[in-house]
Design a protein around this ligand. Structure first.
Ligand code: ZN
Length: 164
């Protein structure tokens, strides 16, 4: 059996030193603001995975009212969500993601981001794809007030059972 999940996340941007995105730090003079390390892409992926398996969502697993989640590594959050799926008999088939950011240009960083996400999830790098869109200079994305990400995830029951 296959299931799909959709994740979306948005974070405010503010003055900073390095943008945490997809588990890496991209040199930039603005950063994501949030309770954890504010990695908008890993948050969208986490929600896509949890949603595909009907196993909750990132806000329920890691509430921002819990001080333990302050400054938390989103890679750790993603891996804990994936462990929840694995325990329930699911494995990841593939992810397809979109980042919405006016700046910085994401594509030069795509190989490292894909490698990092694949490593966190224990899948082949070909199972992780990533695209990037600007905000065309308008709205919160285009005015560099916010960054957003979307992700779809396909999962399958594992080990597969054969129905004859
Ligand atoms: Zn987030």
């Amino acid at each position: 059996m296959f299931r799909i999940g959709l994740g979306h996340d948005t974070h405010r941007l503010g003055p900073g030193n390095g943008l945490v995105l997809g588990g890496i730090v991209i040199p930039h003079e603005r950063q994501s603001l949030g309770h954890s390390d504010a990695d908008v892409l890993l948050h969208a992926i986490t929600d896509a995975l949890l949603g595909a398996a009907a196993l909750g969502d990132i806000g329920e697993m890691f509430p921002d009212t819990d001080s333990a989640n302050r400054g938390r590594d989103s890679g750790d959050m993603l891996q804990r969500a994936m462990q929840r799926l694995t325990a329930a008999g699911w494995r990841l088939v593939n992810l397809d993601c979109v980042i919405f950011a006016q700046r910085p240009t994401i594509l030069p960083h795509r190989p490292r981001i894909r490698e990092r996400i694949a490593g966190l999830l224990g899948v082949d790098i070909d199972a992780v794809w990533l695209k990037a869109k600007t905000g065309e200079g308008i709205g919160p994305i285009g005015q560099e007030e916010a960054i957003a990400a979307e992700c779809v995830a396909l999962i399958e029951q594992w080990p597969q059972t054969t129905n004859i």
